[in-house]
Ligand binder design. Structure first.
Ligand SMILES: Cc1cc2nc3c(=O)[nH]c(=O)nc-3n(C[C@H](O)[C@H](O)[C@H](O)COP(=O)(O)OP(=O)(O)OC[C@H]3O[C@@H](n4cnc5c(N)ncnc54)[C@H](O)[C@@H]3O)c2cc1C
Length: 385
């Protein structure tokens, strides 16, 4: 329970993927810290749910992310050690490898090769025949190749968020759930005040990580963020070789028309998760999102599976709606607020931010202390807009 109106050292608005990491980092510093979220801890209404997220190093989106991926792997391992206090507790991170497939001139394949060359990453190249021999479920076009990153992994997304909140609370953080922030301001003396349905909270510093609600909490920044609705699907297949117990990797395939689909081994017998990374329905207000099954998105994913998988039958067993908050160039904004040096924010994580949550959480706290390591400069507003 938060101590209302107390003057906190730092208030974190939104403790989803990145906010929970910032909360933990601020609490580790010994700051008196408060997290406020419009939903409960580790919920299913934002962008950090749906069982799994991929973490990888050979970053096709831009080579500048690669050094941050190295830090991310280390920080997830550190969290995993703190979280797994007994062998019966599930791992947060599981190394299964990632196979990325496309023609040699596709954006994904060219991007991976560029990042691997610049940063000396070890990637194995497979022909379509080699892919089919190792992973017989796949049907791969003749003109495609596969690039395999052996130490890529999946993160159990809700468990990761819950573990970060848990660590933050153990270090003294206070949290207020199911409470939306309606407004925030900074007065002339630098005091931050945060208005909520449950009253006003004040603090010396503010971190804002509101995911798909970022536009409403950072209206003056005009970041040009768009929210896309995405559907995650879990399928039961009539074969067993795609299951985690058979060392099946995560995969991503870019088709010749640029459409991109990805999936995971079947974990915990929920079914094999297969989703589309491209596309998505533009939405105006995350509060009004329709979470019922979108048949069109399901049909696109089933069509992809028919084209690229060998199986006799598949059955949808579960679906979940999620959101990408996409910036104009597809890269994150993580910066100090241009008008207030004691306010930092992360926004526009563009459908690839979860793997970096602990790295960005730490960076947000560093920004509030006036530090921006050179590796993060490409994420600043001034470098982009
Ligand atoms: C289907 C899907 C697949 C993805 N796959 C991957 C992947 O494989 N690898 C990867 O790295 N990334 C992936 N991503 C992207 C990644 O999950 C997101 O970039 C990341 O989780 C976003 O974290 P966030 O903290 O910005 O948002 P969120 O986790 O949504 O957190 C924002 C929080 O702010 C709260 N909030 C909003 N407004 C208010 C308010 N006014 N007052 C109080 N609280 C508020 C919300 O309730 C929420 O808890 C995927 C995303 C989706 C949707």
């Amino acid at each position: 329970m938060a101590s209302e109106n107390m003057n906190y050292d730092c208030i974190v608005i939104g403790f989803g993927g990145v906010g929970s990491a910032a909360l933990w980092e601020a609490a580790k510093k010994g700051w008196k810290v408060l997290g406020i979220d419009r939903f409960g801890p580790a919920h299913t209404q934002g962008s950090s749910h749906g069982q799994t997220r991929i973490i990888r190093r050979a970053y096709f989106e831009h080579p500048s992310y690669v050094p941050l991926t190295h830090r991310a792997f280390d920080l997830w391992e550190e969290l995993n050690k703190r979280h797994r206090t007994s062998p019966s507790i599930k791992e947060l991170i599981t190394q299964v490898g990632l196979l990325q497939i496309g023609s040699s001139d596709s954006e994904v394949i060219r991007g991976i090769q560029k990042s691997a060359d610049i940063h000396g990453l070890s990637i194995e190249t497979f022909t379509p025949e080699e892919i089919q021999r190792r992973l017989p479920i796949f049907k791969i076009p003749e003109n495609h190749i596969g690039l395999f990153e052996p130490d890529a992994a999946f993160l159990r997304v809700e468990l990761c968020v819950a573990a970060m909140i848990n660590q933050a609370v153990k270090q003294g953080a206070e949290i207020v759930s199911d409470t939306a922030v309606t407004e925030w301001q900074v007065d002339d003396s630098g005091q931050c005040s945060v208005e909520t349905e449950a009253g006003t909270f004040t603090g010396k510093r503010l971190i804002i990580v509101a995911g798909s609600w970022a536009n409403s909490l950072l209206p003056k920044l005009d970041l040009g963020l768009k929210v896309l609705q995405k559907q995650q699907h879990w399928f039961q297949l009539d074969r067993v070789d795609h299951k985690l117990v058979n060392d099946f990797p995560c995969f991503l395939l870019e088709q010749d028309n640029g459409d991109c689909f990805y999936g995971f081994p079947e974990i915990d017998y929920l079914g094999m998760k297969v989703c589309e990374h491209s596309g998505g329905k533009l939405i105006r207000d995350p509060a009004e999102i329709d979470r019922s099954l979108n048949q069109e998105e399901l049909a696109r994913t089933e069509q992809f599976m028919k084209q690229h998988f060998h199986f006799g039958r598949s059955r949808l067993v579960h679906h979940s709606t999620c959101m990408y908050t996409v910036s104009p160039d597809g890269h994150f904004f993580v910066d100090q607020h241009p008008s207030f040096e004691n306010v930092a924010f992360a926004a526009g994580l563009s459908g690839h931010g979860f793997k970096f949550a602990p790295v960005l959480g730490k960076h947000l706290v560093d920004l509030l202390e006036g530090t921006c390591e050179p590796e993060f400069k490409f994420l600043k507003i001034a470098e982009r807009l």
